[in-house]
Design a binder for this molecule. Structure first.
Ligand code: C2E
Ligand code: CA
Ligand code: CA
Length: 417
């Protein structure tokens, strides 16, 4: 179409040119939360802002969805592509007002240059796209130039996305459950953790595929599968009379900000004859802080329905407990890195102490994650940490092994790894 035609012509005409590809951060989120017409308004406004920075022989176009593409031929800009990228990125980030609320929309830019990187349109665009993905990976960069080493990375990502799509159909996911215990080692609940057995690669860790699923919309169907599977399992244990347990389920940021999430999960509970009080939703600190107003609204809705809310990976993000006072949460999960870095009398130990004291005053329950050693356990007991989870008590277990543990009905003995 017009842009490609123009690019083909420019490749004949100019000795040097550059392709910049800009992809908006969280545009899907805006569409999901404010609606498509808000999304369209934002895109129109951005088109105008970008147009103001184009010279006579430059060209800007929308490349479907939330991507903008720029063809730069102006020698002044070409000699300072980094600075120009920053200009575009700054234009993007100016506040956008919708319904009297200011939104700051970030964008990441990938850059490819002719003739250094490639000599045809197709490759140049693909390379700019790869560079843009790399920029997205790093929170500090707003732009990135293409390098040939990016090829392998992108191939891996695409492959994972393709494989994930198959995984749901072919039943390659299953759940493990890790006990959460009180000070005496008594099991009071568990966290549901997804596992993926890839037919060729074997076990793929969630940290490798959850972020890829988040990027595509696959996280919605995977998340729903997790919720259904964990609830069915809990209902099964409940029917077998294996105690009143709480099930913690992880929600990734995009899932959590989905408009119809509360209705969806309530329906799943209903089908399994479970009460919302039995479910703890684990949401990361960064997910709520990045979208404060929306997050508070959804959290209030979920809490009013009876769900428990837990802030996951606490301490890795903004870690101001006083700030978090605004969020209606029941518990915080003290991140593994705190527990594992601490030595008695170290800074780590006093940070944990401070968090525990503040949490107590704010009536948050604290769950210590990643407890591995007796030394850590003694310290946490001394601080009267109410709940713990970690290899010291148990690794995540298959449903069968968890059933055995529940039938045994004994406190878990700490066994160092
Ligand atoms: P997370 O929510 O922080 O989950 C705890 C992770 O710590 C789990 O890793 C668990 O196996 C591991 N862990 C527990 N105790 C110990 C310990 O004592 N030492 C060490 N070194 N590790 C311990 P896992 O299962 O690999 O999951 C990693 C992350 O993937 C999770 O971190 C969570 O963010 C995400 N994830 C897992 N399952 C799901 C899911 O069903 N949905 C979503 N959205 N994310 C999930
Ligand atoms: Ca978690
Ligand atoms: Ca965690």
């Amino acid at each position: 179409y017009a842009f490609l035609q123009r690019l083909d012509d420019a490749l004949q005409e100019y000795e040097h040119l550059a392709i910049l590809l800009l992809d908006l951060d969280d545009f899907k989120l805006i569409n999901d939360t404010l609606g498509h017409s808000a999304g369209d308004q934002l895109l129109r406004e951005l088109s105008l802002r970008f147009a103001a920075h184009m010279g006579n022989d430059d060209m800007a176009a929308r490349l479907g969805g939330d991507e903008f593409i720029f063809l730069i031929t102006d020698p002044a800009k070409l000699s300072q592509l980094a600075a120009f990228s920053q200009t575009l990125s700054a234009a993007c980030q100016l506040p956008w007002i919708y319904n009297q609320t200011a939104y700051h929309v970030g964008g990441k830019i990938g850059i490819s240059v002719y003739p250094e990187n490639a000599t045809d349109a197709e490759h140049l665009i693909r390379q700019a796209d790869m560079a843009m993905y790399q920029a997205k990976e790093s929170p500090l960069l707003s732009y990135q130039f293409y390098h040939s080493f990016m090829e392998a990375e992108v191939a891996r990502r695409l492959e994972t996305e393709r494989d994930l799509q198959m995984a749901l159909e072919k039943n390659e996911f299953y759940m493990h459950y890790q006990p959460q215990v009180d000070k005496e080692g008594k099991i009071i609940g568990m966290e549901a953790l997804i596992r993926w057995h890839h037919p060729q690669k074997g076990l793929v860790p969630p940290m490798q595929f959850i972020p890829v699923a988040e990027e595509s919309s696959l996280i919605h169907s995977i998340g729903e599968w997790v919720f259904i599977t964990a609830c069915r399992q809990l209902a099964h244990w409940q029917k077998a009379g294996l105690g009143a347990l709480s099930m913690s389920i992880n929600l990734s940021a995009r899932q959590f900000l989905q408009q119809d999430l509360p209705a969806k999960i309530k329906q799943i509970l209903l089908e399994n004859q479970l009460q919302p009080e039995q479910i703890t939703l684990e949401i990361t600190e960064t997910a709520v802080i990045k979208n404060t107003d929306k997050a508070i609204q959804i959290l209030n809705d979920l809490k009013a329905s009876g769900f428990k809310i837990s802030l996951d990976d606490f301490g890795t993000g903004y870690s101001s407990l006083l700030y978090l006072k605004r969020f209606p949460v029941d518990s915080i999960k003290l991140d593994r890195s705190f527990i594992q870095d601490f030595h008695i009398n170290s800074d780590g130990a006093s940070i944990i102490k401070t968090i525990m004291t503040l949490a107590k005053n704010l009536h948050y329950t604290v769950v210590a994650e990643g407890v591995e050693t007796i030394e850590q356990l003694d310290f946490l007991r001394e601080l009267e940490c109410p709940q713990m989870q970690g290899y010291l008590f148990s690794r995540p277990l298959s449903p069968e092994n968890m059933t055995l543990l529940l039938e045994n009905n004994q406190p878990l003995e700490p066994v160092p790894v």
